[in-house]
Design a protein around this ligand. Structure first.
Ligand code: ATP
Length: 295
């Protein structure tokens, strides 16, 4: 993306700031052995996985929620995480932008990199990680503010000093909401329908110019028409972003994703192109799940 409204490109900023924070609640079992940050920049890593998960284990207290997960997330694709309830989809998604470490008593082992940089490196700034890896939640959660302020807020607190009107318009256009709200940007966000609120939350996430957008069942609270709008939006977004989506909806996964990962009881069973997973899965359990025989 090139745009004159940008003052800096967060996508090429290293994850470690000059004032590193390492105060997350999650213990990182690899900390003792952590190497100093190598400050690798995104642009130096074209051609490799956008996100790489390496032998990831995660515990809530004694609950071993993720067991040895290794996967590559390709850039500018939609990757779907599927699997029965409790298999670890949301946990894995939240590990990808360090949201889980906000929960007390959790432990993480293994490595997750964004463009080759370890997001759990002791010098990586969790705020910067979440800026480059944004998240959209299951339930639309706009702030009790105007439509405009909802989109502008994140950029403002991140120090954006460019043309805010242009940034708000661009973000709303990318989220396919501009035409529906352009004449009422000063109206409360709560006046919007549920589907519009979810696209507003997508616009809010995009306004801080992330590299990757994580979506945790973004359409599960929406009716079929709003769902198809959100799905269209996601399909458009992959031109500019890498998208990872958790969904229980098999039709949705097959409609919008390029790659699908099937998880079962905290383990990655199979990951492949979506058409392969749905038509020629390698594993019997994957087949049973995608054909609706369990889950
Ligand atoms: N905050 C938490 N504290 C303790 N255990 C948790 C917490 N969140 C999730 N778990 C446990 O971790 C495991 C994985 O849960 P997770 O929510 O990641 O699964 P999921 O596949 O996303 O499920 P669902 O499809 O029902 O949302 C489950 O055993 C769950 O009970």
């Amino acid at each position: 993306m090139t745009d004159s409204t940008k003052t800096s490109n967060p996508r090429t900023e290293p994850l470690a700031e000059t004032d590193p924070r390492t105060n997350g609640a999650a213990a990182h079992r690899g900390d003792e052995a952590a190497e100093p940050s190598q400050a690798i920049r995104a642009s130096e890593h074209s051609g490799m996985a956008k996100i790489r998960v390496e032998d990831l284990n995660f515990w809530y207290g004694d609950t071993h929620a993720l067991k040895g997960i290794t996967m590559d997330i390709q850039p500018n694709r939609v990757t779907a995480l599927i699997g029965p309830s409790g298999c670890g989809k949301s946990t894995l998604l939240r590990c990808m932008n360090r949201m889980n470490e906000l929960i007390q008593g959790t432990t993480l082992e293994g490595r997750i990199t964004l463009d080759g940089q370890d997001i759990y490196d002791r010098k990586a700034d969790p705020v910067m990680v979440r800026r480059r890896i944004g998240m959209v939640f299951q339930k639309p959660n706009p702030f009790p503010k105007t439509i405009y302020k909802n989109v502008a807020w994140g950029a403002k607190i991140n120090g954006f000093t460019g043309d805010m009107d242009a940034l708000v318009e661009r973000s709303l256009r990318q989220a396919a909401l501009w035409d529906e709200v352009k004449d009422r940007l000063g109206a409360p966000a709560y006046d919007l329908s549920g589907g519009q609120q979810q696209r507003l939350c997508i616009a809010r996430t995009l306004a801080v110019e992330p590299d990757v957008v994580l979506m945790d069942e973004p359409a599960s609270a929406l009716d079929p028409i709003a769902t198809s709008k959100v799905e269209e939006t996601i399909t458009e977004l992959k031109n500019d972003y890498t998208i990872i989506i958790v969904t229980h909806n098999m039709q949705q996964a097959s409609r919008i994703s390029d790659e699908t990962a099937f998880l079962y009881m905290g383990k990655l069973v199979e990951m492949n192109r979506t058409d392969q997973i749905f038509t020629r899965p390698q594993n019997d359990r994957t087949e049973a799940y995608v054909t609706g025989r369990f889950g």
